[in-house]
Design a protein around this ligand. Structure first.
Ligand code: GDG
Length: 743
């Protein structure tokens, strides 16, 4: 835009200079012409009058002379006449001239001295006049002078008119030229470039409605290149799609986004997929006038986003960003990812009371600690429960209105925020196939029994056709809980629960990440400030060994236990002082909840205490980064670390463990993993530790740092195979296949 304004200003400047130059020339010429004209007319009159005036002047016939000067007074442009004698005394003067004509008399004096007619412009009472004087003679000498005075004001008026006309012309031209420039830029540059961009976008998005590259002679070389790119893209895509189709039959080939897409086409035959979660995948925020977005630190979002990116559909979630409302359409929808739209995000707005009761209160002060055995006491408040019910109802209405036009839609509900949603949706649309994935652990039935609203929660969940958990243990715990709490028919063979003629299947689906052929993350955020080569410099790390922890600031993640293990390790093995630095990345989470605020303070106090205890010049054992990094940046951290510590006190799966493995295509690095994280069931080649056993963890740190490269390669290679084999695309295929087979 700045450039367009500059171009327009330049054009205006050039036009102005041209117009001013020509106006100036015209004014100069016109002034010259008018001056000559007035002079010529004055000379003619003066010469013709002299013959009459001279004899009467000599005869001193003043009366006659007065008659002459009155006769010519005020005719057309003549202002009057005057006659002076050789003493410069006025002999006769037109009554139309002012009394004070000393300026004119001066000219008469000069003319008599030089005995030569002459004229000049003078001002009479602010009026511009032209005075022309001729000498009068007797036989021998100059006896006086005849003065012709003409109004010359019209000359200035005429010149001003010329300037005015030219300025009006200038403004008109500048205006039309600016408009013309804008139109030309739009027609010749913007529109063609936009249609080029649209055609490339449509090729990238792989929609059925492809736009061909337009034919614009002006951009021929560019168009040729773009046509080639578009063709190659389409070809590459159809090859990939064909390969994916073939791979469907080959069980052991890797699962990719393309393969999942083909699989879904094959299995769901065009049925629409709706995802519902509390957390949205893209959060828009505003700083000053600038709106930007970020991808939140959430295991659920990390896992689900690649699936919906691959298959398209609608994702319904709480719009929590302060600029979310500014970017949606009238239906509160926006196409995302913002830079390469692949699916629709529909935002649901919650007011403060709803968010407080449903999200912070019931979900995170009640259900979260209830399901995680991490020794934080759950809090159940009646008013939170009411909000939880209300918000579940709000989401149910949104889902029901979204699926109105679809037959047998597939609905994937996410997590513990929506335990009541399956029943609510099923009531409105019995044909909808509903799956709910519970991303956190399910505790044993006794622990669960403390929840005052457990029967309603369980009944709500049993509205689903499929309930997914990360591990078989969580499935067992769930069925135990049902057996203990509700009247129902449990089939332990099939792992189903039937209540009121509706059957719900319970099945483990260990969630994963988008890892295949070396890729394991998509760059979602707008900018990265850190890369592997500058982390050490930016954080001023000189140590030989680096340890890493990446967790939301949550009391279930075992961050304090991890710090204590580091303390124990440094005490027991002081040779690692100055040689080992532990980086803890901890984006703040749910900080409006007191327990989380307190936990944050505890973590800060603990790392400061440990740093105080061991620090030396230029070294501190723990670097605590209380901020959010994007996945590209996290990947650099993963690749830099010698050891990664995942020491959750209880965790459904833990994707950080899998992300660390996936990032290590150099086949180096050691994973230290809590036995209470779901991922420890799959990643058996990690150092499996009990986070409550400080000594054991510190030994694992030592062994990890001292592990030989060949041992690291052996272990990490095996774990990479596992994550690659059971990646998020396979997870999703299995979940959707199970749902499709339920009918
Ligand atoms: C729940 C369950 C289950 C971390 N820091 C940043 C950031 N992260 C990303 C990680 C990872 C995700 O957040 C954390 O995933 P986890 O699985 O470790 O944990 P939860 O958020 O508690 O997830 C968990 C998961 O759901 C999936 O089912 O595994 O058990 O508790 O992807 O990379 N992401 C960004 N910036 C950060 O600073 N963008």
């Amino acid at each position: 835009m700045k450039r367009i304004i500059a171009a327009i200003l330049l054009i205006i400047a050039i036009v102005s200079l041209t117009v001013v130059f020509f106006a100036f020339t015209q004014v100069t010429n016109e002034e010259l012409r008018l001056r000559n004209d007035i002079q010529y007319r004055s000379t003619l009159l003066a010469e013709s009058l002299r013959e009459t005036v001279e004899p009467n002047f000599i005869n001193k016939s003043e009366k006659y002379l007065q008659g002459v000067v009155e006769k010519y007074a005020n005719k057309e442009r003549f202002a009057g006449l005057a006659i002076v004698d050789n003493q410069n005394n006025i002999v006769a003067v037109s009554s139309t001239l002012p009394n004070e004509i000393s300026e004119a008399q001066k000219i008469a004096g000069d003319v008599m001295d030089s005995d030569k007619a002459n004229g000049d412009f003078v001002n009479f009472k602010d009026k511009k006049m032209y005075v022309f004087a001729v000498p009068l003679h007797d036989d021998k000498s100059v006896v006086g002078s005849l003065l012709i005075v003409q109004n010359a004001g019209y000359i200035n008026t005429r010149l001003t008119d010329i300037w005015k006309t030219n300025l009006i012309r200038l403004f008109t031209q500048a205006f039309f030229l600016s408009v013309a420039t804008l139109l030309i830029l739009r027609w010749i540059i913007y529109e063609p470039i936009k249609s080029l961009v649209d055609s490339i976008k449509s090729a990238q998005l792989n929609t059925d409605n492809k736009k061909s590259v337009p034919n614009i002679p002006l951009f021929n070389p560019l168009i040729k290149e773009l046509s080639n790119i578009q063709r190659n893209l389409t070809e590459a895509r159809s090859v990939a799609s064909e390969e994916a189709r073939l791979r469907l039959e080959k069980v052991d080939s890797p699962w990719t986004a393309e393969r999942l897409k083909e699989f879904i086409k094959d299995t769901l035959k065009g049925r629409t997929i709706i995802v519902v979660s509390n957390r949205e995948p893209y959060i828009h925020t505003k700083e000053g006038n600038k709106i930007s977005y970020y991808f939140p630190a959430s295991g659920m979002v990390t896992a689900i986003e690649p699936i919906i990116q691959a298959c398209g559909g609608i994702w319904i979630a709480h719009g929590s960003g302060d600029a979310d409302k500014l970017v949606v359409d009238k239906d509160n929808k926006i196409k995302v990812p913002p830079n390469e739209p692949k699916y629709t995000l529909k935002r649901i707005w919650l007011d403060e009371i709803e968010e407080k009761g449903y999200y912070y209160g019931f979900s995170n002060e009640g259900l979260w600690p209830l399901c995680h055995l991490a020794h934080t006491r759950p809090t159940f408040r009646k008013e939170d429960w009411e909000e939880y019910k209300r918000v579940n109802g709000k989401f149910a209405s949104a889902v029901l209105s979204e699926i109105k036009k679809y037959n047998k839609p597939i609905i994937l509900l996410q997590d513990y925020h929506f335990a009541l949603l399956p029943r609510m949706i099923k009531k409105g649309r019995p044909d909808a196939v509903i799956g709910l994935f519970w991303h956190i652990p399910w505790p044993n039935s006794e622990s669960f029994s403390i929840c005052p609203f457990r029967k309603d929660l369980l009944d709500g969940l049993l509205g689903a056709d499929l309930l997914g958990f990360h591990t078989q243990l969580h499935c067992n715990n769930f069925i135990d809980t049902i057996g203990r709490e509700l009247e129902s028919l449990i089939d332990w063979e099939q792992f189903t629960v039937t209540k009121n003629d509706h059957t719900t299947r319970i099945k483990p689906f260990p969630i994963s990440i988008a890892f295949y052929n070396g890729f394991h993350y998509q760059s979602h955020d707008q900018s990265s400030q850190i890369n592997i080569s500058n982390i050490r410099k930016q954080l001023n790390i000189k140590s030989e060994y680096i340890g890493l922890g990446v967790d939301r600031l949550d009391y279930t993640k075992g961050i304090i236990e991890r710090f204590k293990a580091i303390e124990y390790f440094l005490e027991k093995y002081p040779s690692y002082k100055n040689r080992f630095t532990f980086i803890q990345i901890a984006p703040p989470s749910r900080s409006k909840i007191k327990r989380y605020k307190d936990f944050e303070n505890e973590v800060v106090m603990e790392f400061e205490r440990i740093n105080q205890k061991f620090k030396s010049k230029g070294w501190e054992p723990i670097i605590f980064l209380k901020k959010r990094y994007n996945h590209e940046e996290l990947n650099h951290f993963y690749r830099l670390a010698n050891i990664c510590l995942v020491t959750s006190l209880h965790d459904g799966m833990n994707l950080v463990a899998k992300e660390f493995i996936a990032a290590r295509d150099d086949e180096r690095g050691v994973l230290i993993l809590s036995q209470f994280a779901g991922s420890s069931r799959e990643l058996k080649d990690a150092f499996i530790v009990n986070p409550y056993n400080t000594e054991h963890m510190s030994e694992a740190i030592k062994s990890g740092l001292e592990m030989t490269p060949s041992e690291q390669i052996r272990k990490i290679r095996k774990m990479r195979e596992i994550v690659k084999n059971y990646n998020i695309y396979r997870w999703s295929a299995e979940l959707l296949k199970t749902m499709a087979n339920l009918e």
